[in-house]
Write a protein that binds this ligand. Structure first.
Ligand code: 26A
Length: 385
């Protein structure tokens, strides 16, 4: 079977914008995605590296960093270094796009659609091919003036440090959603990468309003600790539309600090979830309070999920814990994309109408499969849940 990774020639950046045939995936008439995702399409440039390399660029071993000004940031050099390195692997990335491919792994071809903005170059061509192979319908906006976004995935042991140059992904416009609004209207559920809060909160709100008006699940992932920390007002503007929130323990902690939650132990996941539900209840278009669920993954510890009750008179909530699927450390290739794969399984469960418990378990199951592959990838053969 074909490897999910690709190698480009060393002069990749000079050769960008040449010989491109990138065209958004054409949808067959019969295909109608049940799940629609929105995010930043990125190509991951992944390499095994060491503590010394991370120290040189002042990076933590497990973090996600956004380069805000690519003309000034010295960390742009990382890409030059990786491109020179013939051990670098070029793998489809972009957190929500990974989740889309993973959900299609379960739901099947044409059942998942994805919005994001790419450039016209070899990187986007590769991403299109990967989505096509995975059965994801790419509804790309194409930006002719910027290159496709890229993410350096620096692997040390099982950890991954991500450094992102958004490029074209930073130029997604809410109007692009209109071009595929028929797809949006037919979708059953939505998944939003919190990373997109750095790009177009307007686009997220536009989908959020539609989901609210039509009573469809609208799931938001916090994506990284820097989102609640530095994109607080953007997060506040979209949280009311979320029927479900997915985050890991460090993003939960970052939220607790950023929003100065009134809880004694800022690492108590159940308490953080309960506070989020109080601050941002879900209301339907009639203003009636409806169920909302916060799901916190916790590494190899059980996932914690807290659901608010739909009664507006009381502020009660119910909480469950779901264990992870254990895996011997020796079988882990890398954890890049583990959280995205969890979200894939969870979203597939939501679309299939599974219980909360089973949707979370599907997420744990798919995360276990993904960490045994290089990058945010899935087995080449279908494995049944
Ligand atoms: C805005 N930023 C920083 C990002 C990302 C991102 N996806 C969207 N926006 N930074 C890293 N990623 C992706 O996260 C995946 C692992 O969860 C990487 O491309 C990687 O595939």
């Amino acid at each position: 079977t074909e490897s999910p990774t690709f190698r480009f020639q060393n002069n990749i950046f000079e050769s960008l914008k040449t010989n491109t045939t990138a065209k958004p995936y054409k949808m067959a008439q019969s295909q109608s995605p049940e799940l629609v995702c929105l995010g930043n399409p990125l190509l991951d440039i992944q390499v095994d590296t060491n503590a010394e390399f991370l120290a040189k660029y002042n990076l933590k071993s497990n973090d996600a960093i956004l380069i805000e000004d690519s003309s000034k940031d010295p960390r742009m050099e990382i890409f030059q270094e990786l491109i020179k390195n013939d051990k670098s692997l070029y793998i489809a990335g972009g957190a929500a796009q990974n989740t889309a491919r993973g959900a299609a792994y379960i739901l099947g071809k044409g059942k998942v659609g994805y919005f994001g903005c790419v450039g016209e170059d070899q990187f986007s061509e590769q991403l299109l091919k990967e989505n096509e192979k995975a059965g994801v319908v790419s509804m790309y906006q194409i930006d002719q003036t910027h290159g496709t976004g890229k993410c350096a995935a620096l692997i040390t042991g099982i950890d991954r440090s991500l450094v992102t140059d958004l490029g074209a992904a930073n130029h997604f416009k809410p109007e692009h959603l209109d071009k595929h609004w028929d797809v949006v209207e037919k979708a059953k559920a939505f998944y939003i990468g919190g990373f997109h809060l750095t790009v177009s909160p307007e686009a997220i709100i536009k989908l959020g309003k539609h989901a609210q008006e039509t009573n469809k699940p609208f799931v938001l992932n916090f994506s990284a600790p820097f989102i609640p920390q530095f994109f607080k007002s953007q997060l506040e503007s979209v949280l009311p539309y979320a029927t479900h929130v997915i985050a890991n323990e460090s993003e939960a902690e970052s939220f607790a600090e950023s929003f100065a939650l009134d809880i004694k132990d800022k690492t108590n996941l159940e308490a953080i979830a309960t506070e989020i539900l109080k601050l941002f209840p879900y209301k339907n278009t009639n203003g009636e309070v409806a169920n909302k669920t916060i799901i916190f993954t916790h590494g190899t510890e059980p996932t914690v999920a807290v659901t608010s009750s739909s009664s507006s008179s009381s502020s009660s909530s119910s909480s469950i814990e779901v264990p992870v699927h254990p895996l011997e450390a020796s079988k882990i290739k890398d954890t890049n994309g583990a959280g995205d794969a969890f979200a894939s399984g969870f979203m597939a469960g939501i679309v299939l109408g599974d219980s909360l418990q089973k949707s979370i378990d599907r997420g744990q199951w798919l995360a276990k499969l993904s960490i045994q592959e290089v990058g945010a990838s899935f087995p080449s053969e279908k494995i049944a849940y």
